[in-house]
Design a protein around this ligand. Structure first.
Ligand SMILES: Cc1cc2nc3c(=O)[nH]c(=O)nc-3n(C[C@H](O)[C@H](O)[C@H](O)COP(=O)(O)OP(=O)(O)OC[C@H]3O[C@@H](n4cnc5c(N)ncnc54)[C@H](O)[C@@H]3O)c2cc1C
Length: 423
């Protein structure tokens, strides 16, 4: 049976059937799943992203010096779990599958992204990308109006996959220096580790995986002084949470027992995440660099930082002071509901939000509920769906699960649309 639905058959005047906002891991996976299921034709699909497909994630990996993935080789943007392994084998790149002491091998970042790019080419996803940022989403009768920096799109369905949307956190002492650009954040799109001078002194604030990766990468150049400001003991865990959460059954029911978008759900997810932890292979590299004195470890917390000419003087709680050419915060992401688009939507739209602006999502379909409780034509994939899917919602495996739920409901909705159009 031909499951595709063309624009003429639907009898609507919408430009597209499905618009995906965000072309990262989650957006690309949704697009691949939709096209692979043959639910829509490519010309009925639009991906809105100003950064380029997977570019924002690629940039973050480069910014923190991540060369190997933390997740196993079966976690990637295709639907067949062995697609990446087969891709590596066919190209003689098995040596880019890194061994682990537990579980499956992990791909290098270059293998992961080359495989993802190959898939994007296979489905010609670049041809459906609109180089624009979505600024507003409004539901109309039987469609969704998506306002973008390149004009308005009318679509039957909108899938939101915007990640953290540039929401990241700074310590309080850094606020003034950030505006003066003396202190930066590793996730700031403008941060370029390659621009750091070979003989600079660099301070890195944070004690988790990102800080450790950045510190070991920057410390590779012998002339560079790297100071790691990590106030808490290092914490080692293979993954971001217990593997029970990776199966999206059994444990997620504990979340669903609480009201959607509630404080109770948010706290359960926060408790389940091993925030600030680093995997053993990152810890080993850090320990080696510390032993070889390529990195200096400062256990005290910075309390004040001031600009002094082209340097920053960081003073710690224990009274020690450091004069640094660069000070980079690796202090994590902000709230998943505080990106520009989410903030705008919770103020303007008819979509219901709850605790700290979390979207009220349907647990079976990830459809965002309207103020009157009915499911809207907008669904959410990624970190903003963590109250439904748990701590791995943001990860590659979370994209897989979200894809199953979203494409699952779209399959029946598009079938109904098709039948109605025939009448
Ligand atoms: C350094 C790093 C390493 C990680 N390693 C792993 C790992 O090994 N395994 C794993 O499973 N997970 C890992 N993760 C977690 C997760 O898989 C990634 O964060 C992943 O990139 C999340 O995908 P995403 O599509 O939700 O978000 P993103 O990759 O951030 O993509 C979101 C996209 O939305 C676009 N966008 C945002 N706002 C708008 C808007 N208003 N309009 C249009 N487009 C918009 C952005 O430009 C971006 O391209 C890692 C995360 C980081 C930061």
């Amino acid at each position: 049976m031909d499951r595709r639905m063309s624009m003429t058959e639907t009898n609507t005047d919408t430009d597209t059937v499905v618009t995906i906002v965000g072309g990262g891991v989650h957006g690309v996976h949704l697009a691949v799943r939709l096209l692979q299921a043959d639910l829509i034709d490519r010309h009925e699909l639009r991906i809105v992203d100003p950064a380029g497909l997977l570019e924002s994630f690629r940039r973050k990996c480069r910014q923190c010096g991540m060369v190997e993935f933390r997740s196993p080789l079966v976690h990637h943007v295709a639907t067949d779990p062995f697609s990446l392994r087969d891709f590596a084998r066919a190209r003689g790149r098995e040596n880019e599958l890194c061994p682990t002491t537990v579980g499956a091998e992990r791909p290098t970042a270059s293998l992961f992204f080359d495989h993802a790019e190959w898939l994007c080419d296979r489905y010609d996803l670049e041809s459906v990308r609109l180089d624009a940022r979505a600024t507003d989403i409004e539901e109309a009768r039987r469609s969704v109006e998506i306002e973008t920096t390149q004009g308005r799109i009318a679509s039957q369905w909108c899938l939101l996959a915007v990640g953290h949307g540039h929401s990241f956190t700074y310590p309080e002492w850094a606020t003034e220096l950030v505006s003066a650009r003396s202190v930066t954040h590793v996730w700031d799109p403008a941060f370029d580790p390659d621009a750091i001078g070979e003989t600079s002194s660099v301070g890195i604030v944070g004690g988790g995986i990102t800080a450790a990766q950045l510190a070991t990468t920057l410390a590779q150049l012998p002339g560079r002084d790297v100071v790691l400001f990590a106030r808490s003991p290092f914490y080692v865990e293979t993954l971001e949470a217990s593997t029970d959460w990776m199966h999206f059954s059994g444990v997620t029911e504990r979340l669903h027992a609480h009201p959607p978008a509630s404080q109770a759900r948010e706290e359960l997810v926060a408790d389940a995440r091993y925030d600030g932890a680093m995997p053993p292979y990152v810890f080993r590299r850090l320990r080696r660099a510390l032993e070889q004195e390529r990195i200096e470890l400062e256990r005290s917390e910075i309390t004040v930082a001031t600009e002094a000419g082209s340097t920053v003087v960081a003073t710690c709680r224990d009274g020690s002071a450091f004069c640094l050419d660069e000070l980079v915060c690796a202090t994590g992401f902000g709230s998943p509901y505080d990106g520009k688009l989410f903030r705008h939507l919770r103020q303007q739209s008819t979509l219901r939000t709850g605790y700290r602006g979390a979207p009220v999502l349907d647990d079976d379909t990830l459809r965002w509920r309207r103020q009157d409780g009915t499911p809207s034509r907008v669904a959410v994939s990624g970190v903003a769906a963590q109250q439904v899917l748990g701590p791995f919602a943001r990860n590659v495996i979370g994209a897989r699960r979200a894809g199953e739920l979203i494409v699952g409901f779209l399959e029946s909705e598009l079938d109904v649309g098709k039948q109605e159009a025939r009448l």
